[in-house]
Design a protein around this ligand. Structure first.
Ligand code: 6PG
Length: 486
């Protein structure tokens, strides 16, 4: 018997994905550079389904039925390129190579072009949901040709998470579209995690609540509009006690957030596309600042001045009712900032699609994020509804549901941002998202003044509100003559 699908790279993600494929009736060829990993997989899980272990790439390729379809689950960068080349050398025209890692979408565009030139298909496929998702049902974002989707689609649908009866996978677009969308997914993941962290910080430092009490607040929030995987696991992390010391787990963890690059790519790409993703940007920068250990030590030793947080929270700490009111304000601030971050992320996908010539259905993207992935959340149902209606054109913030949600949240949101500033507790996402929202709704922005400055020092010209054409003012001339520039 031949395999209908193969997996190369059997570390945590690859092994879980192979088992998921086998659990759903696929015959799975498996290959790993070191055969011991392949042996371990077969020894521990071989009875779960049909596997064909291979010792060499040639053996792996010949165990696949045509069109041969192989998913690569190895480290992004050079290891991915190496495996792609080995496979392409052993495969034949019409075969399909799928990269399931977190590759940079520009690399995917390049690889797709190279592989297509050799007559094969190359599919960059974003896979979200971590190890558990890979095993029990991930959300998947494949790019590549329509033709490759014909073979790959049914296989991926067989293993995807299911949300509201639909598999969480769709053909995103050609070449790098899938990895692009996965990149933005990760940026949004960073933003989601950051707004949650800011909320925790305010409740901890502002209201002086214990992690276990805050865990209860998140568990409560998880029952409402904020219902999501990340809120759910936040309650779990905050409720967790360190086995060694009995202390709250969050208190024994070094406060320096790591990152592997996808959030940074999202922001770099947004900058190139000229689309503001302030929320994701602040989330990346906040992780960066947290990891500047030496600088933070230096700041501590220099004793940088700040206000007394207790003074700022005196009102909120007055009685139980005031505390509850402040907690609700924080919930609203989280919700509004989260909506802004998603609005910005979807705008980046829209801009990217335009720039790279992809036909991306934003409603479908929201639908496949409802299950399996790290940012899965109830409110993605609302986002898919929003993009399926025509009223969202331009921004999620224009959709009646979200417009109303933010309108209801804004007073709380403003109170939280000003309280935090008064208390000296950093809330970069809450405040920058609010600034974006206010900027977006402002009739006139001080950008007019910036245009004036640019024209004065560099003759960069400006447009007038009352006449068409580009103008330059001769600032040094008496009476400041204005000339129209060609
Ligand atoms: C997912 C995740 C996953 C990613 C991390 C990395 O969708 O399952 O995005 O792909 O490995 O979450 O994020 P860091 O940059 O924080 O390490």
């Amino acid at each position: 018997e031949q395999a209908n699908i193969g997996v190369v790279g059997l570390a945590a993600m690859g092994a879980s994905l192979s088992r998921n494929l086998a659990h759903h009736g696929n015959t799975v060829a498996v290959y790993n550079r070191h055969y011991s990993r392949t042996e371990a997989l077969i020894a521990e899980h071989g009875s779960e389904g049909a596997f064909i272990p291979a010792k060499t790439v040639e053996e792996f390729v010949s165990s696949l039925a045509k069109p041969r379809t192989a998913i690569i689950m190895v480290k992004a960068g050079a290891p991915t390129d190496a495996v792609i080349n080995e496979l392409a050398d052993a495969m034949e025209p019409g075969d399909i190579i799928v990269d399931g890692g977190n590759a940079y979408f520009e690399d995917t565009i390049r690889r797709e072009k190279d592989i297509r030139a050799r007559g094969l298909h190359f599919v960059g496929c974003g896979i979200s949901g971590g190890e558990e998702g890979a095993l029990k049902g991930p959300s998947m974002m494949p790019g590549g040709t329509d033709e490759s989707w014909k073979t790959l689609g049914p296989i991926l649908k067989s293993i995807a998470a299911v949300a509201e009866g639909e598999p969480c996978v769709t053909h995103i677009g050609t070449d790098g579209a899938g990895h692009f969308v996965k990149m933005v997914h990760n940026g949004i993941e960073y933003a989601d995690m950051q707004v949650i962290a800011e909320s925790y910080d305010l409740l901890r430092r502002g209201l002086g609540m214990e992690p276990s009490e805050i865990a209860e607040v998140f568990a409560e929030w998880n029952k409402g509009d904020l219902n999501s995987y990340l809120i759910e696991i936040t309650a779990e992390v905050l409720g967790h006690k360190d086995a060694k010391t009995g202390k709250p787990f969050v208190d024994i963890v070094v406060d320096q957030a790591g990152m592997k690059g996808t959030g940074t790519w999202t922001v770099q790409t947004a900058l190139s596309l000229g689309t503001p993703v302030t929320g994701i940007g602040e989330a990346v920068f906040a992780r960066g600042l947290s990891s500047e250990a030496a600088l933070r030590d230096e700041a501590a030793s220099k004793g940088l001045e700040g206000p007394d947080p207790e003074g700022a929270f005196a009102e909120a700490l007055k009685d139980d009712e005031s505390r509850k009111a402040f907690i609700e304000d924080v919930r609203q601030a989280l919700y509004a900032s989260k909506i802004v971050a998603y609005a910005q992320g979807f705008n980046e996908i829209e801009k990217g699609a335009k720039q790279y010539g992809w036909d991306i259905d934003l409603g479908a993207v929201a639908r496949i994020w409802r299950g399996g992935c790290i940012i899965r959340a109830k409110f993605l149902n609302r986002i898919s509804d929003a993009y399926d209606s025509s009223e969202t054109f331009g921004s999620l913030l224009f959709d009646p549901f979200f417009k109303d949600a933010v309108a209801k949240a804004q007073t709380s949101w403003r109170r939280v941002v000003s309280k935090a500033a008064e208390a000296g507790v950093p809330v970069p996402m809450f405040s920058s998202s609010l600034a974006y929202y206010d900027g977006l709704r402002s009739k006139r922005l001080p950008a007019a003044l910036i245009q004036g400055q640019r024209d004065l020092f560099g003759a960069h010209t400006y447009f007038r509100v009352d006449e068409s054409g580009a103008f330059h003012t001769l600032w040094a001339e008496p009476g400041q003559k204005e000339i129209e520039q060609g």
